[in-house]
Write a protein that binds this ligand. Sequence first.
Ligand code: NAP
Length: 281
Amino acid sequence: MTDIATPDTAGPGVRYAEVIGDPIAHSLSPVIHGFWLEQLGMTGAYRRCHVRPEQLADYVARRREDPLWLGCNVTIPHKLAILEHVADPGDIGCSIGAANTVARDAQGALFATNTDAGGFFAPLADQELAGRPVTVIGAGGAARAVLFALSKMNVGPVTILNRNTLKASMLLATFGLKGEALPLDAALHKAGLLVNASSLGMSGQPPLVLDLAPLPDDAVVYDLVYAPLVTDLIAAADDRGLAAIDGLEMLVGQAALAFELLFGAAPPRDHDEQLRELLVR
Ligand code: NAP
């Protein structure tokens, strides 16, 4: 791991990107991007950089002037604050409300974007969800990316189950979605897609207790939680024979979009199985 004052650890003349956050040691992004750089035989580096909130402005000022720096992924607690320092051409501050990637445009100017919504959508691209009801659990940062994607997908009514139902109602309005906000213990509707975008079921967090019985047999169950990889929700979906998508799909999907923006090349997605093995070690 590097800090903000050590821009040259990638090696002399080597272009690099990094992931910034506080804390940052847990981030899997260097494993993903490093794997793709190696597979493509590209010269470049991707590393972790510990940036505390009070260092963010200094970090951006230093890196902006570094011709070797290609950009960064941004994680907690900088996802909103970063928008004060770089351009936001897609107005994501007012929609998803958070950035996860900063890259350079053709003129070298810095801009922010969010690849979580695209990463969420990628594994659903082949599913027939038009007009079908969707249930989303959670109303935090990840849910915002999910709801943004759903607002572009022509799905049916969206039910959000959340501890704080007021927050969930406000998100439905923000994204112009028809639906309702209900407490976490409400019975599931006959949704075509069920998404867990809450922290429930994550290691160290309370379990997610759900009865999947009301879901139709062709429902898709998508858990954004990837630690553990096989959550109780994914296991319950498997038991019912429902299509299940785990959190690594979105994690790798959002990283793939960021990799193209940062390194200007498509990552080798035909090696996903090998990458997943590295990520679950
Ligand atoms: P966040 O902004 O902190 O939101 C957490 C959500 O979980 C909120 O809806 C919160 O409810 C709910 N929650 C937390 N603790 C709870 C509890 N004890 N009881 C009931 N509800 C509780 O977190 P986030 O960034 O959205 O992340 C949520 C999950 O998604 C995490 O597991 C994260 O790792 C995962 N994630 C995965 C990916 C991926 O690429 N696969 C990307 C982003 C996030 P309230 O609104 O009522 O507080």
